[in-house]
Design a protein around this ligand. Structure first.
Ligand SMILES: C[S@@+](CC[C@H](N)C(=O)[O-])C[C@H]1O[C@@H](n2cnc3c(N)ncnc32)[C@H](O)[C@@H]1O
Length: 222
């Protein structure tokens, strides 16, 4: 059984997705996708030989060499994306993800990105939206006491407000995310209390907190 973090990514995959999983490490997600979701042909890649060897070992253990192709690659560098339409990246920071996707516009066949970043969701959403993808879905999952956000981007243009890019256009409409936003508010308030008055950081954080309180008010009314 895979973790609920990886399961939440799998729940966002459709039967006709033709997948490249970048930074796959163990490839447990991809093994699950083949076994449970009947996905037939996945490319998995990692920048590190040691990580890719983990993937190869696991793929062999489950006898799935026919369905999963491991490739050593820094991001998309060694990967032919022509027959693929979906990229998964999970477990990396936004800075690395942006590095990997900086030329995504050149990979014409890719029309879906499933991204689980460790941080900076505002920059992640802003960057990918600028590359002419819109946000089709977002989910939060708690795993080992930590909350993870997975975002599905699809090809297409859409405009978003600061509030939507910061907190998620789909997440802010879902009542089931109240606890996630309450935790976020608690953390931001803790940080805010430590920042000295009249600094730029304080002003910025106070703005974020105000928006977050409004989101919570609306969600609590649904
Ligand atoms: C924390 S693991 C995430 C594994 C898996 N995706 C998951 O969510 O459980 C991060 C992996 O990213 C790989 N990685 C880091 N930068 C990369 C890059 N530019 N291209 C490909 N793989 C990368 C690392 O080698 C490592 O195996």
């Amino acid at each position: 059984m895979i973790s609920s973090r990886l399961q939440s990514i799998a729940s966002l995959i459709d039967a006709d997705d033709k997948i490249i999983d970048i930074a796959c490490d163990h490839a447990l997600l991809d093994i699950y996708l083949v076994k449970e979701k009947k996905i037939k042909d996945i490319i998995v890649s990692d920048i590190l030989n040691s990580a890719l060897n983990n993937a190869k070992k696991n793929i062999k253990k489950y006898n799935l060499e026919k369905y999963i192709t491991p490739i050593l690659s820094d991001g998309l560098q060694n990967i032919n994306t022509e027959n693929k339409n979906t990229i998964i990246i999970s477990g990396l920071g936004t800075k690395s993800i942006i590095g990997i996707l900086r030329n995504i516009d050149k990979h014409k066949s890719i029309n879906k990105l499933v991204i689980q970043a460790n941080n900076d969701h505002y920059y992640l959403r802003s960057f990918i939206v600028k590359k002419k993808f819109y946000i089709e879905n977002e989910v939060v999952v708690k795993d080992n006491n930590k909350e993870y956000i997975t975002i599905v981007f699809k090809k297409g243009k859409k405009r978003y407000s600061y509030k939507e890019l910061m907190f998620g256009p789909i997440l802010i409409k879902e009542k089931s995310n109240i606890n996630y936003f309450l935790n976020l508010l608690k953390n931001l308030e803790l940080i805010n209390n430590k920042i000295p008055k009249f600094t730029y950081g304080k002003k910025y954080l106070s703005k974020k907190i105000k928006i977050l309180k409004n989101i919570l008010k609306k969600l609590q009314r649904i």
